[in-house]
Design a protein around this ligand. Structure first.
Ligand code: BES
Ligand code: MN
Ligand code: ZN
Length: 498
């Protein structure tokens, strides 16, 4: 779908989208259309229950007096609540209704709204961003899709007077959307396609954008002493990998980087502690944390963020086999601490233990944030509306929560206090990898905490928010890429030179 910005004018083909504010208040273009059609909108509003509330919409076919095929009225809600996220939802919801309706072109009127917290250009850029995010499809394996099931929309035109300003504002957002799409693609791919080496080569492709990419294989990781990560991968035919990505966008190379670390279990069968069959296919997206880190690096590079950022992903496949790790095995981590592996299905924390230690030791980052589909327990705690946030630093936690609100990716802070640490004491090693059913997400985070020294650090448990069971305004059902927009905002709001 090609996106462009043009001077506002009524289009002569395709579909036209206009906004209606709460209590049936028409935006400027809606008023113009209403005049040109002899009061069509007023009559339609009177005949329907559409009131212009957020997320409401009303579709009118072949409206007399206009040469477009379709006129879509979309509710904007209250003027004072039309912020960037509302504009994105407006664009996303509008596009979703028209994407496969038959029209090739969609024009959205981005009228400035009096009393709204954002101007017309910003509104237009965010409408385009929302539409782009919602246009995502993972359809490469559908060979029999009928023509009428495929999207018909080829171009999206956002209309406003100051189209040049909107275009400028959209450029970085488009970069972020590209990062989101990469993350969604990687998480959606099945595990016979995405395994540690193929995921590493996807990361390597970022070199074209100026990202420095290094890949460590098992030999190098063994030499370094990453016994925890390697133990998880030892049952798999696939070779484990660690990828280090560096985007050095700050003017000063010596500024300590911001570090992002991702869990990349390309398939989590549970290992010898094998999972039940029902739903096991979901574990193809147990590498979502790493996919977010890769997509984020792409977004930062595309929008040329003025920040030094490091992305580290630990990539393994967790499989049962004759060479697999056994319950009761003891492994020595890169940090030197030993772990008794009680349950081979609590593998993400083992991978992150080595990845976190490696990252802080080598890069001395000013802050370090990891993302992981770490626990089923976080789904029980928070459902799919919030990701779990665990942090050893209040300031970093607050920055993340604020960025999350701005990006529409919410974080709920969970405790990370010493009493929970008792649950992971082992009889024969420094710790064990499970802490029982009580507070399962917290004891997992406490485990990670043992591998963080004095670095400011936060852990995002994204198990509940990574895969959407139904469509959202800017996220079609499937892989959400939760974390890319949030961490991009975190960087933009706090760690970028102006
Ligand atoms: N990858 C899973 C967590 C998960 C579950 C992610 C469902 C997404 C959806 C993780 O490796 C796991 O298996 N965790 C176990 C830990 C337990 C054995 C202590 C869990 O949550 O059950
Ligand atoms: Mn597991
Ligand atoms: Zn897992």
């Amino acid at each position: 779908m090609k996106i462009s910005f043009a001077k506002a004018a009524l289009p002569t083909e395709g579909a036209l989208v206009v906004g209606i504010l709460e209590n049936r208040v028409l935006t400027a273009t809606a008023r113009l259309v209403d005049e040109q059609t002899g009061g069509l909108i007023a009559r339609a509003l009177a005949a329907s229950r559409f009131e212009g509330k957020k997320d409401q919409s009303l579709l009118l076919l072949t409206p007399a007096g206009l040469s477009v095929q379709r006129l879509l009225l979309v509710g904007l809600g209250k003027a004072e609540a039309v912020d960037a996220l509302a504009a994105q939802a407006f664009g996303g919801n509008a596009l979703a209704q028209l994407l496969s309706a038959g029209d090739q072109s969609v024009t959205v009127a981005a009228d400035g709204i009096e009393g709204a917290p954002l101007g017309a250009a910003e509104m237009a850029a965010n409408i385009a961003f929302g539409a782009k995010l919602r246009s995502y499809r993972f359809d490469k394996y559908r060979t029999k899709e009928k023509k009428e099931e495929k999207p018909s929309v080829k171009k999206l035109i956002v209309g406003l007077v100051d189209h040049a300003a909107a275009k400028r504002l959209f450029a970085p957002l488009e970069g972020i959307a590209e990062g989101v799409f990469l993350t969604r693609d990687l998480a959606s791919e099945p595990a016979n396609v995405i395994y540690p080496e193929s995921l590493a080569s996807q990361a390597k492709a970022l070199a074209d954008l100026g990202v420095d990419v290094e890949v460590l294989g098992e030999k190098q990781m063994r030499k370094l002493g990453m016994g925890a990560l390697l133990g998880v991968g030892q049952g798999s035919e696939r070779e484990s990998q660690m990828v280090v990505m560096r985007w050095m966008g700050a003017a000063d190379e010596s500024v300590a980087p911001v570090a992002f670390v991702g869990k990349g279990v390309t398939f989590d069968s549970g290992g010898i502690s094998i999972k039940p069959a029902g739903g096991m296919e979901d574990m193809k997206w147990d590498m979502a944390g790493s996919a977010v880190v890769i997509g984020l690096m792409k977004a930062l590079a595309l929008r040329k963020a003025k920040v030094n950022a490091v992305g580290v992903v630990g990539l393994v496949e967790n499989m049962p086999s004759g060479t697999a790790q056994r319950p009761g095995d003891v492994v020595t981590t890169l940090s030197g601490q030993t772990v008794e592996v009680i349950n081979t299905d609590a593998e993400g924390r083992l991978v992150l233990a080595d990845a976190l230690w490696y990252t802080q030791d080598r890069f001395k980052p000013q802050v370090m944030v990891d993302l992981a589909t770490l626990t089923g327990a976080i789904i029980i705690s928070l459902g799919d509306h919030y990701a779990g946030l665990f942090a050893n630093d209040d300031d970093l936690a607050a920055k993340l929560q604020t960025a999350g609100k701005h990006a529409g990716e919410l974080l709920w802070r969970m405790p990370l206090d010493d009493p929970y640490d008792k649950q992971i004491k082992s009889d024969i090693a420094d710790m064990k990898n499970v802490g029982g059913r009580e507070g399962g997400s917290i004891t997992a985070a406490m485990f990670l905490k043992r591998f963080v020294k004095d670095t400011k650090w936060a852990h995002l448990d994204i198990a509940g928010v990574t895969w959407a069971k139904k469509d959202g305004a800017v996220t079609p059902k499937g892989a959400t890429a939760f974390g890319v927009r949030l961490l991009d905002r975190l960087v933009a709001e706090n760690y970028e030179q102006k």
